[in-house]
Design a binder for this molecule. Sequence first.
Ligand code: SF4
Length: 348
Amino acid sequence: MIKDLKNYTFDELEALVIDLGAKKYQAKYIFSSIHAKDVVSIDEFTTLKKDFRARLADDGFYISSIETVEKLVDPDGTIKYLFGLADGVRIESVLLTNNDRRTLCISCQAGCRMGCTFCATAKLKFRRNLTAAEIVDQVNAVSADIGTVNNVVYMGMGEPLDNYDEVMRSLRILNHHAGKNIGQRHLTISTCGLPDEILRFADEKLQVHLAISLHCATDDERVQIMPTANRYPLKELFEAIRGYQAVTRRRVMFEYCMIKGVNDSDDDARAILKLLKGLNANVNLIEYNRHPGCKFKPSSRQRIGAFFDILMQGGIETTARYKRGQKIKAACGQLGATWDEYGRRGEK
Ligand code: SF4
């Protein structure tokens, strides 16, 4: 049985409370105390009867909490948080602010098993999956620091669909009105493309956005930078995406990191158009962010502009995201860039 009360969805907490002989409505008090009021000790549940609190403590229940180890602020306003977990593992989250819109990019694993060659996180040793509590606590910690977080994107360290159950649980916790109450349309999970899990995600009946890290529009190119493409060729991936869309009718966003001489030719842009034909999709072009030891270079802004034009002229809604958080290594693909392979801090 899970002992960390922060790890329970609202429904699971109701079932637990009933199981422990208390009234169902007390689950709402516990859930909102943890997720809306940042309570971190069972002793602070002062509305609960003393003997119920004692029962929770005696049965070994507790409320976990991640620790903010470091906060770095980039001159462009981007903030990177380094969090320490109970077993000493470290993760990073990045806050991007745009007027009133605060978007937090969170991690779902310590390290990543997917091995994308352009990504700093892939160079770290994979430590473990995060629990739902550790995933949502990144939002709790940042909200406590700077105020309401409006959007959450699962684009930090790790592959969300490789930690499927805990990520789904965390989405339900973040969305619940008794907690952070973040609308499902303000939550996005991003995957490098695991077909079975994409189809499973379709059946969750969530309004959460799905983003696919495409990065190349042909298998020959994709296997060079994304090892998962060896297991899941584009044909299989796109069958799953079409299956997802048939069930959910939701638009899918494709992330495309622009790497000089690797995936940024006019032919590549035309290959994307072919691939996305008939899909309800948009493309987000990302200016590649270098990190120590990486062999890739970003495409020029002129090249990104030409690529952008081909996609737009082909009828695909396209946006371009230029570098942010460069000075503090908080940009896309840079998380963990200043760590050694074991997740320790080192100057690289
Ligand atoms: S880009 Fe994403 S999926 Fe690929 S290695 Fe990095 S964190 Fe993992």
